[in-house]
Design a binder for this molecule. Structure first.
Ligand code: DP6
Length: 328
C-alpha cells in the first residue's frame, strides 16, 4: 500500500476546552474556539502493510516508547474499524514544534496522523470526519484540521457523532499576531488530561465555568465575525483566567502559573493601560501567549523581549489547515 504524508499545524484556544463528558471518546463539556498557527507543525507519513503485526511509531527519527505507540494506535484502531481491516502501519512523524515554543505537539500530531492514515488506508473523508478521528487522539487536535479561526462543537450525542470542528474564518480573513512567550520555568507536573479530569470531578468552581461558557462563546463568535479585536481580546483573557481559577478550586488544588507567568500578565495589562491593545491567554502550563493586532506586534515584542524572565518569543499568525505532501 502507498505511503501518504500529511501536515497539520498547532492551535491556541481563545475559548478553552476544559473538561470531558466522556473520557473514552474524548467528548468535551463545552465548545471551544481556537486559532491555528502558521509557525509550528507536524509532518506525518503513514504506510499500512500486511507484513506488520503491530503499529510502529517513529517520532522525530527515533523509535517511540510503548506508551507513545499505544496513543497513536487509538485513532488507528478507529480507522481500521471503519474499513474492516486488521492491518497495521508504520507512522513516521516529525515535529516542527520546538519545545522552546511552549506549544504541545499533540494537536498537530493527531491531526496530521488522522489525515495521513485515513488516506493511506484508502478512505476519502471530509474535514468534519477527519476532525472526529483526530479528536479521539487528543481533543484539541480536532481543531487543527482547519486553518484560521475554528470552533469545536461539543455535540450532545452519547456516541460523539455530533462532536466535530469547523472553520469560522479563513487564515487570511483576520491577520492577528500571536506571540508565544517562553518563560524561565520548571517542567509542569500536571498534564492537561489529568488536570481537566481532576477539575471536573472536584473543583467547586467548575459549575461557574459551565454556567458562563456559552456567553463567552457567543461574545467570541460575534467579535470574530465583526473583527472586533477589543471584544475578542477581553473575552479570551477572561476565559483563560476563569479556566485557571477552576484549578484553584480543585481537590487537591493545583496551579499552572509560576511567578514569571503572573509578571507577564501584569506587563500586558500595563501595556493596555497605556493604550496598546494586547491580551494574554495561558494553557495547561506556565507559558503565556499574547495576542495583538499586527500594528502593535513590534511594540509588544520589544516590551517582552527586554524582560529577564523571558527566554524566547515566537511570533505567529493564523495558519493553514491540513495539507498533503508528495512522497519522495
Ligand atoms: C488547556 O487537547 O491536550 O490546552 O483531549 O485530554 O488530549 P486531551 O487534552 P488536550 O487539552 C487541551 C487543553 C487546553 C485548552 C484547549 O486547547 O482548548
Amino acid at each position: 500500500m502507498e505511503a501518504v504524508t500529511a501536515r497539520a499545524h498547532t492551535n491556541i484556544a481563545l475559548i478553552k476546552y476544559w473538561g470531558k463528558r466522556n473520557e473514552e471518546l474524548i467528548l468535551p463539556m463545552n465548545n471551544s474556539i481556537s486559532i491555528t498557527l502558521d509557525k509550528f507543525y507536524t509532518t506525518t507519513t503513514v504506510q499500512f502493510c500486511s507484513c506488520l503485526n503491530e503499529d510502529m511509531f517513529l517520532l522525530n527519527g527515533n523509535i517511540a516508547s510503548k506508551e507513545e505507540t499505544e496513543k497513536i494506535s487509538r485513532p488507528l484502531n478507529i480507522i481500521r474499524k471503519l474499513v474492516g481491516r486488521n492491518i497495521f502501519a508504520v507512522v513516521d512523524s516529525i515535529n516542527d514544534v520546538p519545545t522552546s515554543a511552549g506549544f504541545a505537539s499533540s494537536a498537530s500530531g493527531f491531526a496530521a496522523l488522522a489525515a495521513a492514515a485515513t488516506k493511506a488506508i484508502g478512505l476519502d473523508l471530509d474535514s468534519r470526519e477527519l476532525s472526529q478521528i483526530a479528536r479521539q487522539g487528543s481533543g484539541s487536535a480536532c481543531r487543527s484540521i482547519y486553518g484560521g479561526f475554528v470552533e469545536w462543537h461539543k455535540g450532545e450525542k452519547e456516541d460523539g457523532t455530533d462532536s466535530y470542528a469547523e472553520q469560522l474564518l479563513h487564515p487570511n480573513e483576520w491577520k492577528l499576531s500571536i506571540l508565544s512567550v517562553l518563560l524561565e520555568s520548571k517542567p509542569k507536573k500536571i498534564l492537561s488530561r489529568e488536570g481537566m479530569k481532576r477539575t471536573v470531578q472536584t473543583s467547586v468552581f467548575y459549575s461557574g465555568w459551565l454556567e458562563t461558557i456559552d456567553q463567552d462563546l457567543s461574545i467570541a463568535r460575534h467579535a470574530i465575525n465583526e473583527r472586533d479585536f477589543e471584544k475578542l481580546g477581553t473575552v479570551l483573557e477572561k476565559n483563560a483566567l476563569k479556566m485557571h481559577a477552576t484549578t484553584l478550586g480543585a481537590n487537591p488544588p493545583f496551579m499552572y502559573w509560576q511567578g514569571a507567568t503572573i509578571e507577564i500578565m501584569n506587563v500586558i495589562q500595563e501595556l493596555r493601560a497605556k493604550g496598546i491593545e494586547a491580551y494574554f491567554t495561558i494553557d495547561a502550563g506556565p507559558n503565556v501567549k499574547v495576542i495583538c493586532e499586527s500594528k502593535n506586534e513590534e511594540i509588544v515584542y520589544k516590551t517582552l523581549q527586554g524582560l529577564p524572565m523571558v527566554k524566547d518569543i515566537h511570533t505567529c499568525q493564523p495558519g493553514p489547515g491540513i495539507s498533503y505532501l508528495a512522497n519522495k
